[in-house]
Design a protein around this ligand. Structure first.
Ligand SMILES: NC(=O)c1ccc[n+]([C@@H]2O[C@H](COP(=O)([O-])OP(=O)(O)OC[C@H]3O[C@@H](n4cnc5c(N)ncnc54)[C@H](OP(=O)(O)O)[C@@H]3O)[C@@H](O)[C@H]2O)c1
Length: 347
């Protein structure tokens, strides 16, 4: 207490308020405990962001994990999975959140392997960074535990970068029982401290998952890369200088997307030249007819919603991702990849 203030006493109602605030702080602090399973792309950012936001973070890794070194370099002690889970989940109170930051298709094998441990826990909350497992693979999860989804709308490294730059990140939030206010509170507290502050979008596991997979397949990882590769190859086949073709297709796409995010589609159309505007209005509807697009989108949605996509993915997993491995190999020698390496990665 500062000198001279010993005789000054706050009125009793103020003292009660201070006690209440201190109590709330203690309650909140005790809730800020999390165990991350895995230390991959998302987990590295989650661990560092949450630690900087005052959370107690533990990392569980499988034996001989190659991520141990990275964990230690970022200042985390690691625990080996089986013993770590036993130690943390069977002894600590209140129980920490348990974030499954492992690849989605591994989740059923993981819970199968550790089933007796999870069954021995009476209460607890599993956190997912993607709704794929809680929506499509829910039968494989421990049914008696609570599940929440905090899915950042960014790749792992961007989750850390935006946090450090104090820029808000967007994220999808869902809980197993939407009527449970405590689960929502937990999800919001976790999201906020991860850096998802203003753009917390409440959703369901189903909508969050289908929307994410749909946009990946139709636009981000499916439609746009295919358009880029096809348009680039077409220009080359017409004899256009490959470097110029690369800029027309790839670099200019980035500039247009930045413009759309800053000014909206209408703002972008106001800023481009009249020739570009006329060309886009007159030819885009014949190139990509709206009715065909809608039909194709509806069949992709149905493919996802029915679980057919998940079944095909499981079949591919059983082959050790044979097709995906050869697809990645074939890309390494594609003309677009070669020109990218030449222009963007000068040695
Ligand atoms: N990547 C993204 O940018 C992104 C974006 C949004 C959401 N998500 C979601 O975030 C979650 C994690 O994805 P990620 O991309 O961060 O994963 P990742 O980079 O592939 O990291 C996977 C981690 O899981 C561990 N792991 C793999 N198999 C395991 C097993 N059988 N038992 C225990 N640990 C195992 C790996 O361990 P080792 O270190 O020992 O190899 C690694 O540390 C997923 O739900 C994903 O959908 C990811």
């Amino acid at each position: 207490m500062p000198r001279g203030s010993a005789s000054i006493k706050a009125p009793s109602h103020i003292q009660k308020m201070i006690c209440c605030a201190q109590f709330l702080e203690l309650v909140l602090a005790s809730m800020k405990k999390i165990v991350l399973i895995g230390y991959g792309s998302q987990a590295r950012s989650w661990g560092q962001n949450l630690r900087d936001s005052g959370w107690s973070v533990s990392i569980l890794l499988r034996e001989n994990s190659p991520s141990q070194q990275t964990c230690h370099e970022t200042g985390f002690q690691t625990l080996i999975l089986k013993k770590g889970i036993e130690k943390i989940l069977l002894s600590e109170n209140p129980k920490p959140l348990l974030a499954c930051l492992i690849p989605d298709h591994i989740v059923p094998d993981f819970f199968q392997e550790h089933r007796p441990l999870f069954e021995s826990i009476e209460k607890g909350t599993l956190v997912f960074a993607h709704g794929y497992a809680p929506h499509f693979l829910k039968a494989s999860l421990p049914q008696h535990l609570d599940w929440i989804l905090v899915a950042p709308k960014a790749i792992g490294p961007a989750v850390r970068k935006l946090y450090l730059e104090k820029k808000s990140l967007a994220g999808a939030l869902a809980v197993k029982d939407p009527t449970n206010e405590n689960s929502w509170k937990q999800a919001k507290l976790l999201a906020t401290d991860l850096g998802i502050q203003t753009h917390q979008f409440k959703t369901t596991f189903k909508d969050g998952t289908l929307a994410d997979l749909f946009s990946e397949q139709v636009l981000l990882c499916g439609g746009i890369p295919r358009l880029l590769q096809t348009a680039y190859q077409f220009l080359i086949d017409q004899g256009v200088n490959p470097k110029l073709a690369y800029y027309e297709c790839v670099q200019e796409l980035k500039l247009i997307v930045d413009l759309i995010v800053e000014d909206g589609i209408q703002g972008m159309f106001q800023k481009i030249s009249p020739t570009a505007l006329f060309g886009s209005v007159s030819t885009s509807k014949t190139f990509l007819p709206t009715e065909n697009l809608k039909e194709n989108m509806a069949s992709i949605w149905k493919h996802l919603e029915s679980g057919a996509f998940t079944q095909e993915f499981d079949t591919e997993k059983e082959t050790q991702f044979k097709n995906l491995v050869s697809f990645k190999k074939s890309l390494a020698n594609s003309p677009l990849e070669k020109i990218w390496a030449e222009l963007e990665n000068p040695k």
